[in-house]
Every structure is written in structure tokens, then in C-alpha cells.
Ligand binder design. Structure first.
Ligand code: ZN
Ligand code: ZN
Length: 243
């Protein structure tokens, strides 16, 4: 077993709110420089930059997990990690089919760039990726699990777009695999505020939208190898994890 530093919540230039230089290649270079061994690429409601990120990660000796940050009907964010391109693309199809209609405001909010491993722009995604889907939290999590994914309630301490900000509580009948405490909150404060949710594993991550933010917070896992299946075991209590 070895310790691995994992930052499982990073946006690329496909998220309209992220910096345009957040390309998979630059993110991976930043992650390697900061000593991370596992990252997840998690754009809002889209996985179109994940395949290039996974391939670039292999070239640079870092594990990149395909992920998305999904928006439920209640406007709560859910981080969804997957083991393969096949499963995340199947989930993306469901998301695209349930995403609020409309066109991205490129000037007001930002471009949504699909890029290749050389940082060249392949496409400008025009969907309203920042919008909500018509799927409830329960439906989202069930769909994530049906494709073998991991469902994490994003930044539960944030005052907007979190399960707690939208509902006021974590519903018992939504089977989250973990709760994310955001980069800005320490463990002590989180424990005093959210101690009643200790029955679900906690992790933390950077939620980086800029290169300088990559790895500003991470979770350390004690794993046999840096892989999706080992992180799954950690969230089931079969591997050690801490932050
Ligand atoms: Zn979020
Ligand atoms: Zn995010």
C-alpha cells in the first residue's frame, strides 16, 4: 500500500466559469508539479474533455479519472466519478437529454472549449452547461450508480449550489458515496457544523477553476494502486483516507 494525493474536482476550459488556460495538458503539468498522483476532470454537465485528459495523464504518469459535476433539478451540484470513457459517455447522453435548453452566453459567462492533447481547440460547446438538468438528486445518483459511478455531494458547506444550500439537509434516501467539504473549510469547523453526517465518508478537493488552484486542497488515500476501484474501496471503508 502507498499514500496517494488525490484532487478529485478540477474544471477544465470546457466549464464556462473556468479560465481558458485550464486545458487538460496544463492542468496535468500543474498537478504533477504539485505532487498529486490522482486527479479527476469534472466539468459542469459534460465529459467532452475527459478522454484527452485521461490519455494525457497516462503520458505524464498521473491517474486521471473521468468525472462530471452534475446539476440536479434542485440546483445542487453532484460530483460523479466513473471508471471508463464508455460509462461516462453513457451518463453524458442522459445529462444532455435532460439539460435545460438554451445556448451558452460565451461573452457574458465564458467559452466552453473542447480541446485536444496539444491544447488546440476542437469545438466550442454551445449547450447551456451551467444550467440545471430535469433530474432530481435521487434520479441523478441512481443514474450515476447504474453506470458504476461514484456520487459525491459537492462542497456541502457552500451557500449556493450545494445539497445543504438547496434542501437544508442531506436526504436519507439519496445514496451519496461521499460528501465533499470545500477547499475553504478546515476539518475542525466542518466537524462542528456537519458532524451529524459523519456516517458518510468525507473528502476535500480544490474545485479548481484556475491553474494556480490545482491541488490547493486534496485528500490522501492509502491504496494498493492509484485507481478508480481502489478509491471506491476507500469510500466503502476498506482503505484509509484522510485530509
Ligand atoms: Zn459546484
Ligand atoms: Zn466545481
Amino acid at each position: 500500500m502507498n499514500y496517494y494525493k488525490a484532487d478529485l474536482h478540477i474544471h477544465t476550459c470546457l466549464s464556462p466559469c473556468a479560465d481558458l488556460d485550464m486545458t487538460p495538458l496544463r492542468i496535468i503539468n500543474a498537478a504533477v508539479a504539485r505532487g498529486l498522483q490522482i486527479i479527476a476532470i469534472s466539468d459542469h454537465n459534460s465529459a467532452e474533455n475527459t478522454a484527452v485528459a485521461v490519455a494525457t495523464g497516462i503520458d505524464h504518469g498521473i491517474t486521471v479519472l473521468p468525472a462530471m459535476e452534475l446539476t440536479s433539478q434542485e440546483e445542487a451540484h453532484v460530483l460523479a466519478l466513473f471508471d471508463s470513457a464508455e460509462n461516462i459517455l453513457a451518463m453524458q447522453e442522459i445529462i444532455y437529454g435532460s439539460l435545460q435548453s438554451g445556448v451558452n452566453d460565451e461573452i457574458g459567462i465564458g467559452y466552453q472549449l473542447v480541446v485536444n492533447e496539444l491544447d488546440e481547440i476542437l469545438d466550442y460547446n454551445k449547450r447551456l452547461l451551467i444550467g440545471a438538468t430535469s433530474l432530481s438528486l435521487g434520479e441523478l445518483v441512481r443514474n450515476i450508480h447504474s453506470f458504476g459511478g461514484i456520487a459525491i455531494a459537492s462542497h456541502i458547506d457552500r451557500h449556493s449550489f450545494s445539497v445543504l444550500s438547496q434542501l437544508g439537509f442531506i436526504p436519507d434516501d439519496v445514496a451519496f458515496d461521499a460528501l465533499e467539504i470545500s477547499y475553504s473549510m478546515g476539518m475542525e469547523e466542518a466537524t462542528s457544523r456537519f458532524g451529524s453526517y459523519k456516517g458518510i465518508p468525507w473528502l476535500t478537493s480544490s474545485d479548481a477553476h484556475s491553474l494556480g488552484d490545482v491541488g490547493r486542497k486534496y485528500t490522501t488515500f492509502l491504496l494498493q494502486e492509484p485507481s478508480f476501484s481502489e478509491i471506491s474501496l476507500a469510500l466503502k471503508g476498506e482503505r484509509e483516507m484522510r485530509f
